[in-house]
Design a protein around this ligand. Structure first.
Ligand SMILES: [Ca+2]
Ligand SMILES: [Ca+2]
Length: 78
């Protein structure tokens, strides 16, 4: 990962707004977004995007993966 991306990642993750937004998307509060939760939060997203963001391929998106996706502009920060 490029240094600029790491800095941006830290900035995105460090904000209360991001934590609050993630908590809203994580409807079952297990700390990660399932496909269902992800599609509810991002209706325009598809499975290819989910797969691109799920960098550790565990089938769910954690805060680090979501923040990285926002940093890489795969997702927009709302
Ligand atoms: Ca969840
Ligand atoms: Ca994952």
């Amino acid at each position: 990962m490029k240094k600029a991306a790491v800095v941006l990642l830290a900035m995105v993750m460090g904000t209360a707004a991001f934590a609050a937004e993630f908590a809203v998307m994580d409807t079952d509060q297990d700390g990660a977004l399932s496909v269902t939760e992800f599609e509810a939060a991002y209706p325009d997203a598809d499975e290819d995007l989910f797969g691109a963001i799920d960098t550790n391929t565990d089938g769910s998106l954690d805060e680090v993966e979501i923040a990285a996706a926002i940093g890489e502009e795969l997702l927009s920060a709302e």
